[in-house]
Every structure is written in C-alpha cells, then in structure tokens.
Design a protein around this ligand. Structure first.
Ligand SMILES: Nc1ncnc2c1ncn2[C@@H]1O[C@H](COP(=O)(O)OP(=O)(O)OP(=O)(O)O)[C@@H](O)[C@H]1O
Ligand SMILES: [Mg+2]
Length: 469
C-alpha cells in the first residue's frame, strides 16, 4: 500500500483514531491475522467461525501497526462502523492517489479468475501489475486487492463478482475501471438473481461504469454480452471464437491429448499461433478476452502470443490435470460448479478419455434456485450423451453423484437409453473413492467437480495420494 499515517486512515474511513496519529502503515492490509506482517494494517472481520477482533493483539505482535476494528481492541486501532465500507473508502483513496495505474475489471458468470490470471500474465509484460490472488472479487477481497497497489503499480487487473444487482456498480466505485471485460452471462448464482436477464443486467453494470475514453471488451459469441454495447459510453471492442465480425478471434481451435487448446490468434495486427498450457476448450474465449485487453493496453501481437503460450494456471482446482504413475488421469476441477462449467469440464473429460474410460464424480451445483433439479437432470443427461456426441470413442463409463442434492444427475443420465455406463448416487466423497477404487484401470480418466461447498478437492487429492503408495 502507499504509505499512510493512522490519522490519514482514520480520516479517510471516517473512523475514530485510537493510537499514534503519525504511525505509518506501509505494509499489506489483511483480514487474516496469520498473514499480518511488519508495517501492515489488520482489518478485524467477524466471520462465521471466528471474530477477527480476538486476533487483534496477535496481528500487532506479528508486526501490524494497527487494527481496523468495529469495537475497542487492546492495541492501536481505528474504530469504524463497517469494515467493508472502511476498506472501500481506503481503497478508493489509494487508487485516486495513483493516476498512473490503469484499471481493468473482468466479470462474467464463469471464467473470471481464469481470465484474470491470463490477463495479469500479459500485463506483467508491460509493467508492474496488481491482480487478486484466487477469487478475491467481492466487497472484501476487491478493496484488499486494490490496497496492494503502490506508486510502482501500472496495471490493476481486477475480478468483479455479483450476487445481485448493484454489486458490480459498487465494486466499480471502489476502483473505477477504464477497461471492462464481460465474458459471459450464465447460470452461476442465477437462482439469487432470478434469471439470466437479471444476471445480464448485473454484469452490464461494469460497462455502464466505464468512462467515455474507456474500452468495453465484450464476448461477441454471447448475445446477452454483445447487447451490453448499448449500455456503455466507452468504445466497444469484441472477441469471439465463433462470431466472424469480432476484432480478436481464434481460428483452427484444436486440443492436444491432454485437452490443452491450440489455436491461431487473429487480431487486426496479424495472426500468431498459440498453444495454451491450460486445459479445456473453454480457456480459448478466456485467452481471447485477455488478449483483447492486453492489446488495448499496448502489448504487441508477439507479446500477447508469447504471454499466452507461457501463461500457467495460477489459481488452484480449476481443470488441474494430473497423471498418476499407474496411468490413471485425474482432473481436479473441484473449485466450483455450475451448468456451464460442468459442461465444459465434461467436454474436456470426453476428450482426455479417448482411448480409455471416463468417470465423472460430480457433486451438486449450488445457488441455482428453482432450476436446481432440472439443471442437475440436464447435466446428467449431457454427461450420458457424451458417448453419442462423437467427442469420445468410449464415452462415460461411470457417473458418480456425490450427496443427496446431486442425485438428480442420475435421473438425467437414465433418460439416455443408449448409454451403457454406470450411474451411482453415493452419500459422500469417501463412498465415491470406494466406488472408484474397485473400478479404475490404467488409461482411465476421472473428473472431480462440484460447488465449493461440497469440497470435493479432497476426493481428487485422495485419488492422487493413493497412487503414491
Ligand atoms: N469460459 C468458460 N466457460 C465455461 N467454463 C469455464 C470457463 N472459464 C472457466 N470455466 C470453468 O469454470 C470454473 C470456474 O472458473 P473460474 O474460477 O475461472 O471462474 P470464476 O468466474 O472466477 O468463478 P467464481 O464466480 O467462483 O469466482 C472452473 O471449473 C473452470 O474450469
Ligand atoms: Mg473467481
């Protein structure tokens, strides 16, 4: 963070100073006391399991200069009424003090983190970049990320999430973006929004927040995203895998044996071959979005193509492909799940399983509201149809639905009479492992995927651990 005195922080946050006014904060602002370090500020947040105020002294002992708190603590502090609001005010103050930092916001229903990680690996070629770790994209994570910026920062590549109308507008107020990328409008959190049109309204708040000299970067393959062109004053730039008129495109998309996409990147400056290190065809639009953004920021075609070729997965549990010594491949995509991302992962499974058998261990997709049961059935059916789709020789050998809420997947799969695989509902991850232990053979591929709440990454870890014994 840019150095600020405690008195300045109290003033910016509208808080009550309880400490040395001239004490300087120059380190990181954190909400996890274990991450508190010299020169930093610890924001005490009351979570479900723990209350940060109980760790105020520990944070200061670890080097934090002071604590941002909502009730008195026995260490130097600034008392505020609301921590997220205080962090938002502080973050806005910091970005206003850093006019040389160019701010890009990325939103969409799926792929924000993947695209943000790709985009940051491109802008790092242009200059010092701040991007969130993982999915720090909400009212807490967003300001905390912004607060990491300092005078050396040239690019802020931010991920913006929404669970309702107004959320993205709020985040844009904290760090006003000049560049806004909208990836897609899908079913993630659609239950909370009340349908896809509402999701589109919410995601479009990003382009509404852009200034006239800003750039809206829109996915021309998604009609709801393209329609956002009419909601912005900014210049509109498009990317697409399919749509021909888009400015940045991909041609000749193909997947290697591990499901990593290769394509020809097409831009107004020319074309370049790209082979991604990431897995799954769904990373092609993500890469195009990152390319379109980097291009606007001034990265050359060669820089973009080199950057995409070199880019690695920075955030965990998204399409991680591991090969066990016994020849079984495990796809750990257990970070989260919604209809779009499960379809993308099943497509990747079908591709990887060519020549072997595919098993899908799927937990439930959360936050789908009224459409939850039919959505699970549709995904079950989609999984069972993979064998008919020509994507795989052998199709899906087993669909294992973990937990009661995922059970409708099985009903969906049974709608496909031509499917000869096994469909099993099991209560938990341990039961899924037991089922797999009796079935897996060399050359088989297992996909593990569910919403965050199901924590199926443990299943993937156990599958990989077993191979080590
Ligand atoms: N363009 C895409 N289309 C479909 N699925 C995708 C796409 N991009 C990523 N995914 C898949 O969606 C899941 C989430 O990816 P990612 O974390 O990048 O999304 P996100 O939008 O940041 O999610 P969150 O809302 O949880 O922050 C992963 O399983 C990933 O493989
Ligand atoms: Mg994310």
């Amino acid at each position: 963070m840019i150095p600020l005195t405690l008195a300045q922080i109290a003033r910016v946050c509208g808080g009550e100073l309880r400490g040395e006014p001239d004490a300087v904060i120059s380190g990181e602002v954190v909400v996890d006391s274990r991450r508190a370090g010299p020169g930093g500020l610890f924001a005490a947040v009351a979570g479900e399991r723990a209350d940060g105020h109980d760790f105020a002294a520990a944070a200061v002992a670890a080097g934090a200069v002071a604590v941002l708190a909502t009730r008195p603590v026995p260490v130097p502090s600034v008392l505020v009424a609301d921590i997220p609001a205080a962090l938002a005010a502080l973050a806005r103050y910091v970005v206003d003090a850093l006019p040389a930092a160019r701010i890009a916001g990325i939103t969409g229903s799926v792929g924000k983190t993947s695209t943000k990680d790709l985009a940051a690996q491109l802008t790092e070629r242009l200059g010092p970049t701040i991007a969130p770790a993982g999915s720090f994209n909400n009212e807490l994570g967003h300001p905390l990320t912004v607060l990491r910026a300092d005078a050396s920062t040239r690019y802020l590549v931010l991920e913006l999430s929404a669970r309702g109308l107004g959320h993205i507008a709020y985040l844009c107020g904290i760090a006003p973006p000049r560049y806004g990328v909208v990836l897609n409008v899908g079913h993630a959190h659609a239950g909370e929004f009340g349908g896809l049109d509402q999701v589109a309204r919410a995601k479009g708040e990003l382009v509404e927040a852009l200034p006239a000299d800003g750039v809206a970067i829109l996915n021309a393959d998604d009609p709801r995203v393209l329609a956002m062109a009419s909601r912005t004053r900014a210049r509109v730039v498009t990317f697409a895998v399919e749509a021909h008129g888009a400015l940045v495109r991909a041609a000749d998309v193909r997947l290697d044996e591990l499901g990593r996409p290769g394509f020809t990147l097409l831009t107004p400056e020319g074309s370049a071959p790209v082979a991604l290190r990431l897995h799954g065809a769904h990373n092609v639009p993500n890469a195009l979005a990152a390319a379109a953004l980097a291009r606007e920021l001034g990265l050359s075609l060669d820089g973009i193509a080199d950057g995409l070729r070199a880019a690695v997965a920075r955030s965990r549990w998204r399409m991680e492909v591991h090969q066990r010594p016994d020849g079984v491949t495990v796809i750990n995509d257990a970070y989260n799940a919604n209809p779009e991302s499960v379809r993308a992962a099943l497509d990747a499974l079908a591709h990887l399983a060519q020549g072997g058998r595919g098993f899908a261990v799927l937990g439930h997709m959360a936050e789908l509201g009224d459409t939850s049961r039919p959505s699970h059935e549709e995904i079950g059916e989609y999984a069972a149809r993979l064998c008919d789709s020509g994507l795989a020789d052998s199709g899906l050998a087993g669909l294992i639905a973990v937990g009661g809420e995922a059970a409708p997947l099985i009903d969906g799969a049974r709608r496909v009479p031509s499917w000869t695989g096994e469909a099993l509902a099991v209560p938990d991850g341990a039961a899924a492992l037991e089922v797999l232990a009796n079935r897996l053979k060399p050359a088989d591929v297992v996909l593990v995927k569910a919403s965050r709440a199901a924590s199926l990454e443990g299943v993937a870890a156990a599958l990989l651990g077993e191979a080590g014994r």
